[in-house]
Every structure is written in C-alpha cells, then in structure tokens.
Design a protein around this ligand. Structure first.
Ligand code: FMN
Length: 170
C-alpha cells in the first residue's frame, strides 16, 4: 500500500489542530433560545443538525458553561432559529457578553412557549427529550413541536459559518 504521502500530511490531534479543522467545515448557524419574558436566554450555535424525520427531531451541542445552558435544561424546551443573511447582526449579539441579547429583532413566543425570531428562514420550536453528555458540551435532543418557514426568498438567504465568518451559500 502506497499511502506514505497521505500519512505525512496527517498531524497528530491537538486541541488547536482540531479547532482549525472544524473551522474549515461549513455549518448552519442558529440562535438557540428558551424561556419567556425576563427569563429569556439564548446563544448562537453552529453545532446542530437534523436527527430524524420519524419522529421529527434535531440535535444541538451546547457548552455546559454557556449562560443559557441551565435555563434550556430546566425549561425543557428550546427554539432553533436558523440565521439568514438578514439576521447576522442578531447572531453576533447572541455570542456577546454584557448585552441584552433580545434587544434586536422581533421575537414572539411559540405554541410551546419558546422565543422565535420573526423573519428567520426556518424557526423550530422544540421540546427537550434527552440530554447526552459530550465532554465540555451536552448534546441536546429536541423533538420538533412546531415549524415556521419563511417564504422562498428568505430560504435563499441562508448563510453558513466557515473559516470563522458568515458566508453566503450562493
Ligand atoms: C458562529 C458561532 C457558533 C457557535 N456555536 C456554538 C455551539 O454550537 N455551541 C455552543 O455552546 N456555543 C457556540 N458558540 C459560542 C456561543 O454563542 C457563546 O460562547 C455563548 O453564547 C457565550 O457564552 P455566554 O452565553 O455564557 O455568554 C458559537 C459562537 C459563534 C459566534
């Protein structure tokens, strides 16, 4: 087997190399929310994906030290607001400290009482069904209770997180 060149390119894993590798993988961006009124909490997340269509469910990985973590687990529900190009500034706010994260954008409560962002290309209202340990993070499994889809134009406004910046898809 002649794979010497490939093996030479492979570096042993370190935290830094892993972070650099993950930065090169494009991913969706969502604002994860929970609570109502003064109890609202949220964070920007990109470690998320669909889990199953039978039963409709999603996964998001949240750092256990995030200010919204305990609230998401104790409320037992969360909103997954996919960020399009018009919501970039709001996504930045939800990753910043010392700021009222709900000060920008129009927020409404879903049927299961989680904050959803008006105008998001896709907004999912989820009930937390399982919390799986993932080292520094927990893998939160959400059963999707409600789906809000914007029109086609908004769907085409999708952006991804790649090389530490927001990038248009097309
Ligand atoms: C584009 C982007 C993606 C992120 N993805 C995640 C994620 O998937 N999970 C996570 O726990 N934090 C993620 N973060 C970090 C959190 O948004 C941020 O650290 C957190 O809200 C700040 O912590 P605090 O709420 O304790 O202030 C991401 C940040 C950015 C800017």
């Amino acid at each position: 087997m002649n794979n010497t060149a490939e093996r030479q390119r492979e570096a042993p894993t370190s935290r830094e190399i892993f972070i650099e590798a993950m930065a090169r993988i494009p991913g969706p961006i969502a604002i994860i929310t929970t609570g109502a009124g003064e109890r609202r909490k949220g964070l920007t997340a990109s470690a998320l994906c669909s889990l199953s269509a039978d039963h409709p469910s999603v996964i998001v990985c949240v750092n256990k030290t995030a200010s919204a973590y305990d609230a998401i687990v104790s409320e037992g529900r969360f909103g997954m607001n996919i960020v399009g190009k018009w919501q970039k500034e709001i996504a930045k706010i939800f990753a910043q400290k010392g700021i009222d994260r709900f000060s920008k954008g129009t927020w409404y409560q879903s049927r299961n009482d989680v904050p959803l962002l008006a105008g998001a290309p896709v907004a999912l209202a989820c009930n937390l069904v399982e919390v799986v340990d993932g080292f520094s993070h927990s893998i939160l499994i959400g059963a999707v209770d409600g789906v809000s889809l914007e029109d086609e134009t908004s769907a085409q406004s999708s952006i991804v997180w790649l090389n530490r910046s927001f990038c248009p898809v097309s």
